[in-house]
Design a protein around this ligand. Structure first.
Ligand code: MOS
Length: 757
């Protein structure tokens, strides 16, 4: 492999002239947010008086609608429209992901709602009531009478449908369903040490702080949609395709998004129905999901049953490795969570097998939730590795180091960078790993049985085509624009830092403009690709802008122009940037930039890595597990902002904790309905559960990833962190729980649980 892509050459960001990139700069949008001046989708006043829509959900999980009686509802005060499948304006027929070209994720194709009388899942929109006020709409919606011909008892659990499992054609259009290498069965059978364990992970539901919300405003046959969206361009395309409009007739505005986590990748019913209703009424229409409606109308995490088999030599070297996932999709489309994907990249083993199998459930479409795949797959594999370490009496870190691959264990590709072992070592040292009890249930602190656990983290690095524009105004202020979003991750801030570093300007002189589909194309926020992709486009736009400045000053060689802290050095003279602009470019200068996935993406295995450490206490009397400390040590290429990166990482670690101990979407199997569909019944960690959580990034640059030399890190923290907690619980009390979440009942009633004092 001597014709590998050489990577991105040394550039202005490597020089760090400005000292801006990477620093823990406060969020530039922070003051707006704390002052309540950051406007979210539902808060726009609208042109003219907006009407309010409220969605009526199906009361059965399968079957069809026989009749919808809206007579009483339509006479209620304030009601202006009741939209149901018999009267919904014509829009696109449903397109399933199987009908899409290979490799195209289904985020940008039409999504009809109210399109027919079939009921696919409990809560599926069957009517939209629009009224003068939200309260009127909600009250009227409750009085719409829908009669159903109920279908068969819904299929609601993966474990009950296992006999009907099938292999999808691929996983999400870009990953193989299965992979195999060598002879797994033979090697596993002959392995001196064998672990064969089955784990299960529950449904999880999204609960971003801001629920899905939209307001549609039509003018001259074109619609502007203010919407909580992660992907403005895809959202535009969904609305255009659903309503059969040219894309240029649709504009998406999403300046602030109150959390996405994958739930706002797909364009949901709030957006489509507000666009349809607003067109029909000739006035703006707003729709927001209630908390309960988010649970059913937005994606949920797949329920999974995962079998992991590890065959090893007595010294710990893996001979055989298999990870097989059984999970669900819907009856009407396909989503396959890439649950076993991390296993393909993480450990060396000559004989390997990974598989994805799906069952169809009468539930809403499952979908993306932070680190789809790794987040649940590593709950299984990283606990299995701990089981192996315990079986052979080897330190779990040492076991992992002995199985660290030199090249990608399945494709043989080189890694762009891989400093996972450094993460283990640094983490162990910082965490005090040497204090971990070698034998479970041997360390006590009063009532608490104390244990230590660790796990690896890995998350694939992606890049998507992205464009940006940079404009330097005559007064020396720089504006960079791209149709990117800031879903709370810090996009406004890092794009400002990148541009300021490139142009040699103080950050106060730079503005990032995002959240508008009319801006240069961006993939948006998702899959941890946002910062690297849109940031690189901004970098290229700024580099071209510098070049144009040099030319404007009559220089053929742009390196003869240098800007630092807003002072331009040109031809032996130094002047403030506004003076430079007055002299050489009084109209201002503009430049575009673009990044596309290059050969580096194909030639190298690119991942961000880390090691998670947890210390837990398990109450000897009640079995209650509680976190005591948690640390993640990560590498993710160049860090663009130390503060926002750390926030992403600690947030991910906490979500891993949540997966280990708290979260579980519960289905009423009679009705196919999520029961705990609010934050009273759906548990997430509260402040008291989150104690002493820290994240550290080791210095790294990855010159194969992008010109910023950064890697995606938004989803890295959740990968593996839940398993670190599970492993710590085993170390604390000697009970191995393979069914998440690990609640106290699963500990205290286990025969292996230590006898109370
Ligand atoms: Mo992320 S689950 O790709 O928004």
């Amino acid at each position: 492999m001597d014709d590998l892509a050489p990577g991105y050459p040394s550039n202005i960001l490597d020089e760090d002239r400005q000292g801006v990139l990477g620093r823990p700069l406060d969020r530039v949008d922070g003051p707006l947010k704390v002052a309540g001046k950051a406007i979210y989708a539902y808060e726009y006043a609208g042109q003219g008086k907006a009407a309010y829509g409220f969605i009526v959900g199906a009361a059965v999980a399968t079957g069809r609608i026989l009749a919808i009686d809206t007579a009483e509802t339509s006479r209620l005060p304030g009601v202006v429209l009741i939209m149901t499948h018999p009267n919904v304006p014509t829009h696109r027929a449903y397109v399933t992901s199987g009908e899409l070209p290979s490799g195209q994720p289904p985020y940008g194709v039409g999504r009809p709602f109210l399109a027919d009388g079939r009921v696919r899942y409990h809560g599926e929109p069957v009517a939209l009531v629009v009224a003068e006020s939200f309260e009127q709409a909600r009250d009227a919606a409750a009085r719409v009478k829908v009669s159903y011909e109920a279908g068969p008892k819904p299929a609601t659990r993966v474990k009950h449908e296992a006999a009907h499992a099938y292999a999808p054609k691929d996983v999400r259009g870009f990953l193989e369903t299965d992979s195999s290498k060598g002879d797994f069965a033979g090697a596993f059978a002959g392995a001196p040490v064998q672990i064969d364990a089955t784990y299960d992970t529950p449904f999880q539901n999204h609960h971003a702080l801001e629920p899905h919300a939209s307001m549609a405003v039509w003018q001259d046959g074109a619609v502007t949609l203010y919407v909580a969206a992660q992907l403005p361009i895809d959202c535009r395309d969904v609305i255009a395709d659903t309503l059969q409009l040219p894309p240029e007739k649709v504009r998406i505005i999403c300046k602030f998004v109150g959390g996405g986590f994958g739930s706002k990748l797909r364009t949901e019913a709030d957006a489509v129905l507000s666009a349809l209703a607003a067109r029909q009424l000739g006035r703006p229409v707003k729709i927001a999901f209630t908390r309960q409606q988010v649970v059913v109308n937005a994606a949920h995490r797949t329920e999974s049953i995962q079998r992991v088999r590890l065959g090893a030599e007595r010294g710990g070297r893996l001979i055989a490795l298999a990870h097989e996932a059984l999970e669900h999709t819907s009856t009407f489309d396909e989503f396959a969570e890439q649950t076993v994907d991390a296993t393909r990249h993480l450990y060396a083993a000559p004989n390997r097998l990974t598989t994805h199998r799906l069952v169809r459930l009468d539930l809403p479409m499952p979908g993306d939730m932070r680190a789809p795949g790794e987040a649940i797959g590593m709950l299984a594999t990283e606990q299995a590795m701990d089981e192996l370490a315990c079986a052979i009496g080897l330190d779990p870190i040492e076991l992992r180091i002995r199985n660290e691959p030199k090249v990608h264990p399945e494709t043989g590709k080189p890694f762009s960078t891989r400093h996972l072992v450094e993460c283990y070592r640094e983490g162990a040292q910082r965490f005090g790993w040497d204090r971990r009890p070698a034998q479970p249930a041997t360390l006590r602190d009063g009532r608490w049985l104390v244990g230590y656990g660790m796990a690896a983290s890995i998350r694939s690095n992606f890049m998507a085509t992205s464009q940006a524009r940079a404009r330097l105004a005559p007064d020396g202020r720089l504006t960079v624009q791209t149709a990117m979003t800031d879903i709370g991750t810090g996009t406004y801030t890092i794009l400002t830092q990148i541009a300021a570093e490139c142009l040699g300007l103080p950050v106060g002189q730079v503005t990032a403009e995002i959240g508008d589909s009319d801006l240069p194309r961006s993939p948006g926020s998702g899959g941890s690709f946002g910062a690297g992709s849109s940031g690189s486009a901004v970098y290229y736009a700024c580099m071209t802008l510098l070049d144009r400045m040099a030319r404007a000053a009559g220089l053929n060689d742009p390196s003869l122009l240098a800007i630092k802290h807003g002072q331009v050095s040109v031809g032996g003279q130094t002047m403030p940037i506004d003076a430079f602009m007055a002299q050489y470019a009084p109209q201002g200068i503009e430049a575009d930039g673009e990044i596309k996935p290059g050969q580096e993406m194909r030639d190298y295995s690119q991942n961000a890595y880390g090691a998670c450490f947890a210390e837990v206490g398990v109450d000897i009397d009640s079995g209650e597990p509680r976190l005591r400390r948690m640390l993640g040590v990560f590498t993710a290429g160049r860090i663009l902002n130390a503060k926002t990166a750390r926030s992403q990482a600690t947030g991910g670690l906490i979500w891993g904790l949540s997966s280990a101990l708290h979260e579980e979407g519960l289905i009423d199997e009679r009705y196919g309905k999520f029961m705990n569909n609010d934050l009273a019944g759906y548990h997430v960690p509260a402040h008291a559960d989150v104690v002493d959580v820290d994240a550290v990034f080791l210095p790294e640059v990855d010159d194969k990833s992008n010109p910023l030399k950064s890697k995606g890190l938004g989803e890295l923290g959740i990968c593996g962190s839940g398993a670190a907690v599970a492993n710590a619980i085993y170390n604390a009390c000697g009970v191995r729980v393979r069914s998440y979440p690990i609640t106290l009942d699963k500990l205290i009633f286990d025969p292996a649980f230590p006898t109370p004092d």
